[in-house]
Write a protein that binds this ligand. Sequence first.
Ligand code: FBP
Length: 552
Amino acid sequence: MERSPLHIARYAYVPKMPEIFFEPISKIKVEPIETLEPQRDREALRALFPHSYGKPAIRFVAGESALPNKPLFVGVILSGGPAAGGHNVIAGLFDGLKKVHPDSRLFGFKGGPSGLIEGKYIEITADIVEQYRNTGGFDMIGSGRTKIETPEQFEKSFETAEQLKLDALVIIGGDDSNTNAALLSEFFIHKGAQITVVGVPKTIDGDLKNEWIETSFGFDTATKIYSELIGNICRDAASGRKYWHFIKLMGRSASHITLECAFQTRPNVALISEEIEARSMSLADVVQTICDAVAARAAKGENFGVVIIPEGLIEFIPEIKKLIENINDIIAQAGSAYESLPRGEAQRSFIHEHLDPDSAALFASLPEGIQIQLCWDRDPHGNVQVSRIETEKLLVDMVRKRLAEMSAAQMYRGKFDYQTHFFGYEGRCAFPSNFDADYCYSLGYAACLLVLNRLTGYIAAIRNLSAPAREWIPGGIPLVSMMNIEHRHGKDKPVIRKALVELDSAPFAAFAEARGKWALSSDYRIPGSIQYFGPPSITDAPTITLQLEHHS
Ligand code: FBP
C-alpha cells in the first residue's frame, strides 16, 4: 500500500493517556469501587452466569502489583463493523503486554470470532503493530460477526485457546461481541480453564454505553466525518436553494449518531427514533412532521432544506416494529425452508403469505423495493440489516405524495425537489480523530491491565472523557452487569443492553429546545473536516453529546 503523507505523519503521533498509565506497570493496582448488578432480569442472569454475577466495578490506582514471572500469551479479536481506532486498541494492548514481560506474545484471530473457532490466527509482532499505529480500519486481522453460540463453537474456541496456551482473550466489539465475551468467560470458568476474557467497547453507533462506559470508540470519528459531509451539504442546499436533501445516517438501533450530527450542523429536521417510538408515531405522522417543515420553509420562499434520518428509524415506528418482529419470527421458524428461497420476489411472497393480517396490510402498503429489503437475511445475531433498507427513499416518496395532497388542499405552496444520501461506511475506517486515537490506545492498555489482574468477564472502561486525557479514570466493569434478556431469532437470550437516546437526558433536552429554530432558519453550522494538527481546542474536542452529558 502506498502511504499518503498524512498516513506517514500519523505513525509519529503519540497517544495521550491517563496519568496513572505513565507509572511502571508494576506500580498500578486494582481498586474495587462498588458491586454492580444488572438493571433487569437479575434472577435469570444470575442463573445463566453463576460464576460471573455480582462482581465489582474497578479502577486502576497507584500501588504495588505483583507481575507474573512469566510472559503472557493473549489472543485478540476485532468483531463486528469497523470503527476508527481498533488498531490503536491492539497497539495499546501490545505495548502493555511487552511491559509486563518482553517475551509476552499477542495473537490476532483472523476475520472476527470465526478465527477463534477455526483456529485461524497470526502472531502480531512489533513490525506489524508499527504499520498500523493511529490508522483506521480493522484490516490488520480483519473482523466478522459470527456469534459464538453452539456447544461445538464454545468447545472449538476452548481448543484453540488451549493450543496457543492463551492466558487471555481480548474481544473488541459492540454489544453482540461483548455478549460473546461474557459467555466465553463464563464457559471457561465452568471448564476450570484459567483463561481471562476481557471486552473493549467498540461501535460507531455509540449505543454501548452506560454510567461507567461514557462512549464507545469510533463514535467520535464517525460523527465528525458525517458532520463534515452534512455541513457541506447544508451549505450546498443554501447555495443552490433548490433541493431538500434526505440523509440517512448509520446507527442500527440508537439515534446517537443523528443527534450528535444535529448538534454539529443544525439541519432543518433531525428524526430521533427513540422519540418517535415514545410518542407512538405512525409512519404517516413522521412524514407529516417533515412536510410541516417543508411547508413552513416554502412559506418563507425557501424550497430547500436538510433532513437527517437514523438508519434504525423504521424499527422504532411501532407499527413497523411489529411488522419486523413478525417477519423475524417467520424467518426463524421457517429456518432453511426460507433461507433456500432465492432473494427477492420468492422471499417477499413467502413472508407476505405468513404475516398476521395487520402486518400484511402494512407490508402491502410499502413500496415493493422496501418490502424486499425487509425480507433480506438477518445478521448472525438476528438483527435486520437496516443499512440496506432505503428509508431515506421511502420517506422522500411519501413526503412527495403528502405534499401533493397538501397542495391540493391549499395547505402548501412550493416546489419540492430532492436528493437522497446515505452516510455510513464512509465514517468507519478513517484515521481516528485524536480523541479516538488516545481513547483506543488507553482502552488497549487498560485491557492489558485487566488481563494482568485476571479480571475475567470485564470490559475496559475509561471515565471522565470530556477532560484532558491525563485526567481520564481507567478501570473496568463486569460485563454481566450490562446485560438483560431479549427475544432474538425467536428465542429469549442474554445480551448486552443497547443504550438508546434517553429523552430525559441533557443532550435530548438541548436538541428539543433548539430544533424549532433550526427548522426555519438556514443558519447551518459548518464543522469542517477532522483536524489532526493544531490547537487542542480544535484537534482534541470530544463530541458535543459527551460535553452536554458531562456538564448537565
Ligand atoms: P457494530 O455494531 O458492529 O459496531 O456495527 C455498526 C454498524 O456500522 C451499523 O451502524 C450498521 O448498521 C452496521 O454496522 C452495518 O453492518 P455491516 O458492516 O455488516 O454491513
